[in-house]
Design a protein around this ligand. Structure first.
Ligand code: HEC
Ligand code: HEC
Length: 229
């Protein structure tokens, strides 16, 4: 009887602390991803992280995208998580040495579902989110590109379609599919609030232009480049 009680108590406790998704994360993901935080506090610590932080995943990702990507991951950062290790200077533009980039591990659809559920429960702090939110609206792709490229120089590090744009940051033509609009506004407003050592600069873009940039990222996402490749 005593043992039965212990068994029941342990099972209940386990259900509370470790969902199936959390067990998979612990087993297969934490060697490369931080799931409990905080962000890297030094450049050295940042270099030791083999993948992007996931400890605020629930405030960042669109669950639908996450579930699909985990089953069929495709590259997001053209030159990997630490581009310096994979970029070679080329004649016309820098080249990515893709032979040194490894494919991302894939999950079965049911594991992806469990992991997505567990990740969506990991929320960012109020300090990270800040107060700026996406207010909606839309913009033409051509005007959006002017704000993104000409006014703010964002294209130096980001591709706005496959093979067009900088290589050191993540592609942005899928950013609005991957990420919640409020996260995008918040991250562009203050990247260092999310990751104090991130190489993404705070360009001090005006609040109004950040809204336009996120509208532009949504317009880019509608091109579905990731489904054409
Ligand atoms: C060997 C290291 C490694 C392992 C293990 C690993 N990842 Fe990753 N992960 C990466 C790298 C590197 C990237 C960046 C890929 C890119 O940008 O193309 C990444 C990207 C991601 C992204 C997209 C992040 C973003 O914001 O762009 C998610 C989500 C993710 N991983 C989840 C997982 C989950 C869940 C697991 C466990 C099932 C896992 N990863 C296992 C290295 C790893
Ligand atoms: C010097 C290179 C550089 C410039 C210039 C730059 N970024 Fe970034 N950006 C990065 C890097 C590197 C990351 C990845 C940050 C990380 O993982 O911490 C990033 C991340 C992002 C993200 C998160 C999206 C994602 O796909 O992970 C967005 C959105 C973004 N940048 C938008 C912008 C905008 C808008 C501008 C112009 C105002 C800009 N960036 C200028 C390097 C740059």
């Amino acid at each position: 009887m005593r043992y039965l009680f212990l068994f029941v108590a342990l099972t209940v406790a386990n259900a509370a602390v470790a969902s199936e998704g959390m067990v998979i994360l612990q087993k297969r993901c934490v060697s490369c991803h931080e799931i409990s935080g905080p962000a890297a506090q030094s450049v050295q610590e940042l270099w030791q992280r083999k993948g992007p932080d996931l400890f605020y995943a629930g405030s960042k990702y669109n669950a639908e995208w996450l579930k699909k990507w985990l089953v069929k991951p495709r590259r997001i950062r053209p030159a990997g998580h630490h581009p310096i290790q994979h970029i070679q200077p080329g004649k016309k533009r820098d080249m990515v040495d893709t032979t040194t980039l490894r494919p991302h591990p894939a999950l079965s659809p049911s594991d992806a579902e469990e992991v997505t559920e567990a990740l969506m429960k990991l929320k960012a702090s109020a300090e990270m989110m800040g107060t700026a939110v996406f207010k909606g609206g839309s913009i033409s792709a051509s005007f959006g590109e002017m704000v993104f490229d000409k006014f703010n120089g964002c294209m130096a590090c980001h591709e706005i379609e496959p093979g067009y744009g900088g290589l050191s940051g993540p592609e942005v033509y899928t950013a609005a599919k991957r990420y919640q609009a409020d996260y995008l506004v918040s991250f562009i407003t203050d990247p260092q609030a999310w990751n104090p050592k991130t190489p993404m600069p705070n360009k001090h873009v005006s609040a109004a232009n950040i809204q336009k940039i996120v509208q532009y990222l949504q317009a880019l996402a509608k091109e579905n480049w990731d489904e054409k490749k």
